[in-house]
Each structure stands twice: as structure tokens, then as C-alpha cells.
Design a protein around this ligand. Structure first.
Ligand code: ATP
Ligand code: MG
Length: 241
């Protein structure tokens, strides 16, 4: 899936946070957005997914050439867009298995038989070193930070998006978990030719992933773009160059 963002301006509570972003992600490409805290990265991600608190005041979001500005989040999800939350919410009483099953039923055109679905969950949990018992618990409820992040990746496997946006998939992961998650996402991206946008603060995750483009966002706009070398430059010099 191709994503194109043209001169996007977004407001939250009357305050402009995204101030003219242009970004194009072609099918099968991996892009990374870095940038200081509060620069609007999460806001941009949530706007692509259609979060109702955010108001697009100018510009457009196109997927495969079709404008999606006015689509609801569930309609965007059906098109194949997926957002991993920076801070996944805990929902007590909503079983993880039930949640995944309902979500895949709503989104996937040809849902798997339940037995195959269960084995996919088990295999993916194993690949991610995610305790299988978690699927019997409430969504993210009492999960550790790392378990929440891995559960989002499990969800991505089940939904098989065409465009995935991962908002700090590496935050809160220990070194081993980071490696497991990054390699897993990288191989899924390659196998399925998924378009991928990863938001991160650290170069570490990129030891296991191969993004073609790095964008630096600052105060609501993309101020710098380049290849992987840009990450190391940022790590050495920070954003104030
Ligand atoms: N619901 C809200 N109400 C008011 N201001 C908000 C709201 N959500 C976000 N903002 C503000 O918008 C700005 C951008 O926030 P955003 O979460 O997009 O930054 P970010 O680049 O993702 O930062 P970080 O790296 O810390 O995750 C911040 O100043 C934030 O306080
Ligand atoms: Mg953020």
C-alpha cells in the first residue's frame, strides 16, 4: 500500500501540532521518523489512523491515491492500516483472545478457521517469546511494559496490515526482547511487502531492521531526510545541529 501525505496540518484542542508534513511511503518501503519529544510524531501517527480528537485543518492523506481524510478508524483498518500505540491501553474485562478474534473477523476478508487462528497465535507468541498464558487474560491488563509492546506486534500478525505504523515499538523492551521484536517485524515486512513507518528515539532497533528512509521531525514539520547514516549522525550530535 502506498501512503502519501500532502502538506498536512493538524490541530489538537485548537492548537496546531502538525504544521505541514509531506511524506510518501511506497509499497514495501520502510521509513523511520525520529525527533525530539513533543515534536508531533504520535499526533501524525494517530492522524493517519483517524483519531477523533485530531482535526485536519489543511492537506490530505492518500492511500493508493484515494483520499482518506474523512474515513473512520475502523474503515481505515479495513483498508489495511494498522497503528501500534506508544502507550497501549489496558481494558479490564476484554479478553485478549476475544479481542484478537473479533478484530480479525472485522478486518480480514477471508478469516482463518478458529483452529488455524489459534495455532497462528501460539506460533507467533512463541516467536516473540510472549507467554502463551497472556492470551487468556484481559487486554494489556496488568501486562508488563514489554508484554504490552509484544502484544501489539502479535495483533499486527493477526491483522496482516498493508501499512503498519509502529509508535516506539522499542520503548520499554529489554535488549533481548528488542532484538526479537525488531527481527520479527523486519521479516514480516519483507515477507508481506508491508509498508512500514517506525517512530523511534533509538538507533538500536535499526541494527536489526533495514529502513530505506529516515525523517527527522521537529516542531510539527519534517526538517531533515536521509538514509540510515542520518541515525548515527543524530546519535552523535543530537537534534541541535
Ligand atoms: N490531547 C491533547 N491535548 C493537548 N495537547 C496535546 C494532546 N495530545 C498531544 N498534545 C501536544 O501535542 C504536542 C505533540 O505531541 P506528540 O505526542 O505528537 O509528540 P511526540 O513527537 O510523539 O513526542 P514523544 O517523543 O514524547 O512521544 C505536545 O506538545 C503535546 O503536549
Ligand atoms: Mg510520541
Amino acid at each position: 500500500m502506498e501512503l502519501e501525505i500532502k502538506n498536512l496540518h493538524v490541530e489538537i484542542e485548537g492548537k496546531e501540532v502538525v504544521k505541514g508534513v509531506n511524506l510518501k511511503i511506497k509499497e514495501g518501503e520502510m521509513h523511520v521518523i525520529m525527533g525530539p519529544n513533543g515534536s508531533g510524531k504520535t499526533t501524525l501517527a494517530k492522524t493517519i489512523m483517524g483519531h477523533p480528537d485530531l482535526k485536519i485543518t489543511k492537506g490530505e492523506i492518500l492511500v493508493d491515491g484515494v483520499r482518506i481524510n474523512d474515513l473512520k478508524p475502523n474503515e481505515r483498518a479495513k483498508l489495511g492500516i494498522f497503528l501500534q500505540f506508544q502507550n497501549p491501553v489496558e481494558i479490564e474485562g476484554l479478553g485478549l483472545l476475544n479481542f484478537l478474534n473479533t478484530a480479525r473477523g472485522a478486518i480480514t476478508e477471508k478469516p482463518l478457521q478458529f483452529k488455524e487462528f489459534m495455532s497462528e497465535i501460539k506460533n507467533t507468541s512463541k516467536d516473540l517469546s510472549l507467554k502463551e498464558e497472556l492470551i487468556g487474560r484481559s487486554l494489556n491488563y496488568g501486562f508488563s511494559g514489554g508484554e504490552k509492546k509484544k502484544t501489539e506486534i502479535l495483533q499486527m500478525h493477526i491483522l496482516k496490515p498493508k501499512l503498519a505504523i509502529l509508535d516506539e515499538p522499542d520503548s520499554g523492551l529489554d535488549v533481548d526482547a528488542l532484538k526479537v521484536v525488531a527481527k520479527n517485524v523486519d521479516s514480516m515486512q519483507k515477507e508481506q511487502r508491508m509498508s512500514l513507518l517506525v517512530i523511534t528515539h533509538y538507533s538500536r532497533i535499526l541494527d536489526y531492521m533495514e529502513p530505506q528512509f529516515i525523517h527527522v521531525m521537529r516542531d510539527g514539520v519534517i526538517v531533515k531526510e536521509g538514509g540510515k547514516e542520518l541515525i548515527h549522525e543524530i546519535e552523535e550530535k543530537g537534534y541541535n545541529e
